[in-house]
Design a protein around this ligand. Structure first.
Ligand code: EPU
Length: 341
């Protein structure tokens, strides 16, 4: 298949949900996996740094990208032969995540509704093992297909190969763009059970008068909660949670609770605790803060926003201030969640 069109000196502003200006030396859109090999062999880009872009919803451009940006536009959704306990659906990496969740729920293949309205594309979901409202992708994942740029072939990675953790996977521990995800195969439970343990979801369903939730009820509840708490990137640039919720020892958590009784934390296996980073930032007095054109979102302190025309550098400077103030007050260092390019 012919190599895709290579554009040079392209603005990445429309391709990142923070809406910051950054330029790429080269950009190519990939609609078919077969276009990858000729693109990566093109002498103009062969030796340049590479960035694979999905929905651009989990990254921050700190400056221009002097390399090749590969924008994945591979579509498609097909049902595979069902397993004994799961419906199996293979989805192209370029499909929009939320539209896929909605389509599956509407088509009688529920199981992802707690992950409704997460921005981005299907191919990006495994990279950070997207999660929300009591569910992580890993729980509905069977395998993925990727183009391995080192082995120069399509490879299949099963659940165990992906080493999923909290906002983590094998892809975060290898060179950026080494394996380019082409499609994801989901395993959706044939016996559906609502996941309503997360307090917000349970409360929202009660508020809606739903006692025996159907998939669409959970989907609608999650959409409503997210719309209330999280800014729409089309209106206010952002990349969702900017920091991961930090994980601390039992002792550290006990020391903090003694000083800050309203600290929000969740017990994990192994005696450790996850702290709500949003609470820490809020308690450090930074919720709603504005520095230049960058800000901390008023309704959820874990989200940094572009209030209009911010540069990646301004957002990064605010992120550092948040990290420093939280570290000073609580002795906990927050780690950014999006990829910083
Ligand atoms: N909180 C505050 N002040 C704030 C924000 C939060 O006190 O400004 C408190 C809340 O009251 C609550 C706790 O912190 O008690 C947790 O807040 P929330 O339920 O909003 O969830 P989160 O831990 O802040 C995580 C994910 C979100 C995901 C939600 C729901 C991470 C980094 N973030 O946020 O994911 O939607 O849980 O499951 O794990 C994302 O990754 O981009 C994202 C939005």
């Amino acid at each position: 298949m012919a190599a895709p069109l290579l554009q040079s000196d392209v603005s990445l502003k429309p391709l990142n949900t923070f809406g910051v200006e950054a330029r790429a030396r080269y950009l190519a859109h990939i609609e078919d996996a077969a276009q990858l090999e000729p693109l990566l062999d093109d002498p103009r880009v062969r030796d340049l740094p590479r960035l694979v872009l999905g929905g651009g919803s989990n990254l921050l451009f700190a400056g221009d990208f002097d390399g090749l940006v590969v924008k994945i536009d591979i579509g498609g959704l097909r049902e595979l032969e069902a397993g004994s306990e799961t419906w199996r659906v293979e989805v192209g990496a370029g499909e929009n995540w939320h539209a896929t969740v909605e389509r599956l729920v509407a088509g009688g293949r529920p199981g992802l509704e707690n992950l409704a309205l997460i921005p981005g594309q299907v191919g990006a979901a495994p990279i950070q093992n997207i999660g929300a409202y009591g569910l992580e992708l890993a729980e509905r994942f069977e395998s993925l297909r990727a183009w391995d740029t080192e082995r120069r072939q399509v490879v299949t990675l099963a659940l165990a190969d992906c080493a999923f953790g909290y906002r983590d996977s094998v892809f975060k521990h290898e060179a950026v763009g080494r394996r380019i995800i082409l499609s994801v195969t989901l395993a959706l439970p044939r016996t559906w059970m609502p996941v309503t343990g997360y307090a917000d979801v349970g409360q929202e369903l009660v508020a809606r008068g739903v006692s025996q939730p159907q998939p669409r009820d959970v989907f609608d509840a999650v959409v409503a909660i997210r719309r209330r708490k999280l800014p729409d990137p089309a209106a206010l640039g952002n990349a969702g949670s900017f920091f991961k919720n930090p994980i601390v020892s039992r002792d550290k958590r006990a020391e903090l609770i003694a000083k800050f009784p309203s600290l929000v934390s969740y017990p994990l296996a192994g005696g450790r605790f996850k702290l709500a980073a949003g609470w820490l930032i809020d308690a450090a007095g930074l919720k709603g803060a504005t520095r230049g054109r960058a800000g901390v979102y008023e309704r959820q302190a874990l989200v940094l926003v572009n209030r209009g025309g911010a540069t990646g550098g301004e957002i990064l400077a605010l992120a550092r201030e948040v990290q420093d103030k939280v570290a000073e007050k609580f002795g906990v260092r927050l780690e950014p969640e999006p990829l910083i390019v």
